[in-house]
Design a protein around this ligand. Sequence first.
Ligand SMILES: Nc1ncnc2c1ncn2[C@@H]1O[C@H](COP(=O)(O)OP(=O)(O)O)[C@@H](O)[C@H]1O
Ligand SMILES: [Mg+2]
Length: 406
Amino acid sequence: MIETPVSKPDVNVLLEAFQHFEKNAKKLETAYLKMQDDFQKVNIELDAKNNFLSQILQNLTNSVVAVDSNGIITGFNQAAEKLTGHSMTDVVGLPYHQILGSDVAEEQSLLYTLTSGIHIAEQEKAIPHKDGYAVPVSFSTCLLEDGHGKLLGALEVLRDLSEVKRMQEEIQRSKTLAALGEMSAAVAHEIRNPLGAIGGFVTLLERDLENQPQQLDLVRKIIASLSSLNKIVSNLLLYTRPLALQLQQVDLADHVGQVMDFVTIGLRDNSVRFEKTFPAAPVTMNVDPEKLNQVLINLLQNAVQAITGPGVVTVSISEKIIEGREKLFLRGIRQDRIVYIDIEDTGKGIKEEDIGKLFNPFFTTRVDGNGLGLSIVKKIVELHGGEITLRSEVGKGTVFTVALPA
Ligand SMILES: Nc1ncnc2c1ncn2[C@@H]1O[C@H](COP(=O)(O)OP(=O)(O)O)[C@@H](O)[C@H]1O
Ligand SMILES: [Mg+2]
C-alpha cells in the first residue's frame, strides 16, 4: 500500500475549509428556519385576509358574480344565490352564459366586458331566475387583472330592483287612481240627483198604472234598472269618498262566522260549501266592523262567483305573534302581532295577466260585474293599516289573504 503523505499545512487548509462550511451551513439553516417561520406567518395572514374578504363578499347585500377568462363562473356570493335561486355549489364551474346570459342582450352580459374590456356602471336589465321569471336588477361590471395586467376574468355586481319597481308601479297606480277617483266622484254626484228625480217620477207612474199590468211590468223593469244604477253610484261614492274608520273591539272569529252565515243564506244554490278553520281561542282586535263586513262580503261573493258547479270556500283565521328577536313587518311598519284571514276557493282561478289589474276600479271579467268590489276591499284593508295579497292558479282556485295589524 502506498501512503500519500499529507503535509501539515494541507490539513490546516482542509480544517479551515470545513469549519467555514460548517459555519455557513449553520447560517443557512437559521435562514431556512426563519424563512419557514415567515412563510407560515404570511400564510396565516393570507388566510385571515382571505377569510375577511370572503366574509365581506358573503355578507354584501349586493350580488357578486365572478368569472374566469373563459367565462366560467368562479365566484357567487349569498346575495347572488338569493337573487337567482341557484346555489353557489351548483353554478361554480358552469358557463356564465348558461346561468345569467340567456334572455339577456349581448352587451348587457358579463361576457361582453370580458371580450371587449368595456366596464359597465349601474345599468338596468332583467336576469332569469331559476324558477323561470325575470328579476329586474341594476348591474355594474369590470375586468379582473393581476398585478402585471394579466387578465384573470371579470366581475359583476348586481342589485335587486324588484321592490323599487313594485313601489314605482304602486305610486303610479295610486296617482292614476286618485285622478280617477276625483273624476268618478264628480260624475257620481252629477248622476245621483237626476237619478233620484227619475226614481220619484217612475214611482208615481207605477201608482197610476196599477190597472194596466202590461205597462206596469215595463215600469217595474225601469225601477229595477234604476236600483242597480243607484247601487253603482253609491259604490262609486263609497270608493272615492274619504273613509273614516269607527274602530271597535270585536272577536274576529265570531264576526267572520256571522258574515259567512249571512252570505250562505244568500247563495242561490247549495253546490258551494263554506268551511271554517278558526283558532279555538277568541281573536280579539280593533276593527271597523261595518267596513270589515264589506271586505268579507265582497271576497266571499267573488269566491262563490268564481266557482261553477260544486266547490268549497274555506275561510281561515290565523295569527302571528313575534317571538324572541324576530321582527314582523306589515307594509313596512313593525308589528307585534298580525292577524290573517284567508279566503280560499276552488274556483276557476285568475289569469296571470289579470292579477295586476284586479284591484283597479272598474276592472271586471263578469258580465254583470262593476269591478268596484276589490278596489273598495283594498281601500278598507289599507285604511286599517293592513294588506291584501293573493295567490291563484287557473283551473284550481284562488286564495285572498287579508293581513291586519292587531
Ligand atoms: N276569487 C276569485 N276567483 C277568480 N277571479 C276573481 C276572484 N275574485 C275576483 N276575481 C276577478 O276580479 C275581478 C274584479 O272583482 P271585483 O272587483 O270584485 O269586481 P266584480 O266582482 O264586480 O267583477 C272579477 O271580475 C274577477 O275576474
Ligand atoms: Mg266582486
